[in-house]
Design a protein around this ligand. Structure first.
Ligand SMILES: [Zn+2]
Length: 266
């Protein structure tokens, strides 16, 4: 599943193609908005909020999309053929570019004033440009509301903090030396975990090749993610792999039992 850094870059790509130009085509291929037509309206901006994308257009409308598991926005020069297949959910085009939303998990069209209805439940966005100490404190407060939840589950709950997926969860907890199975209420400094996650995501938001180790070489770019069964880069113990949480696609957890003490609790 795309994480906040990928969604952030997607918003930037959409912005470069669409911002400031009038739409010459809009094609909503979702039943709810099949008759919507944004032709003639200028696109104002696309912003990301966690894993959500908000494309604001003239006239007080916002297109809300979410990549979910395998969605993407493909951008190509206007007039190019659309990618074959029946998975296109939305096309937005201007005289220069077309943006094709493929396998999008969500497509909504709402009044810009009602965006909060769609994203108001989210915790602070780790990649927000105006992030400050108050945001970190707010994430800590939200995490602490459910002290019995394991930190691994809590970090993926977008109501606590927006943007983290399985990769940044695994890497953040490794660097913090905290087992994903630890109960939130037993962790003294949740703020350290939040600021680590933010630092990792910010460091990677502008580049497609993620690295949390500072080393872009294959097999060296991540501390634990994708390395189950292989030796820990720090201590040499075998990296563990397990499942946690309820959403099937987000169960995978990898961690080092030696660097991150605290056994699975079921
Ligand atoms: Zn280790």
């Amino acid at each position: 599943m795309p994480e906040g850094d990928v969604v952030y870059r997607t918003a930037r790509r959409l912005g470069r193609a669409l911002d400031g130009l009038a739409l010459t085509r809009s094609d909503f291929r979702v039943p709810r908005h099949a008759t919507a037509d944004l032709t003639g309206r200028t696109v104002l901006a696309t912003v990301s909020r966690g894993k959500h994308l908000l494309t604001r257009v003239e006239g007080g409308l916002t297109v809300h999309t979410h990549l979910r598991m395998e969605g993407s926005w493909q951008i190509s020069p206007a007039g190019r053929g659309l990618p074959p297949g029946d998975v296109i959910r939305l096309v937005l085009a201007n005289a220069r570019w077309q943006a094709v939303g493929v396998r999008l998990g969500m497509v909504d069209l709402v009044a810009t004033g009602e965006e909060e209805r769609l994203v108001g439940h989210l915790g602070p966005d780790l990649l927000a440009a105006d992030w400050d100490e108050a945001d970190e404190a707010e994430v800590v407060r939200r995490l602490a509301r459910r002290p019995e939840t394991s930190i691994g589950v809590a970090l993926l709950d977008q109501r606590n903090v927006a943007g983290i997926g399985t990769i940044y969860r695994a890497e953040t907890l490794f660097l913090a030396g905290v087992s994903p199975w630890r109960r939130v209420g037993t962790i003294e400094d949740l703020g350290v975990i939040v600021s680590l996650a933010r630092r990792l995501m910010n460091a990677n938001k502008e580049r497609p090749d993620r690295a949390t180790t500072g080393d872009l070489r294959p097999g060296r770019s991540m501390w634990v993610y994708g390395r189950a069964g292989r030796p820990c880069l720090r201590c040499g113990h075998r990296i563990s792999r397990g499942e946690m949480g309820t959403q099937p696609q987000e169960r995978l957890i990898v961690w080092c039992r030696h660097c991150q003490p605290g056994e699975p609790t079921g």
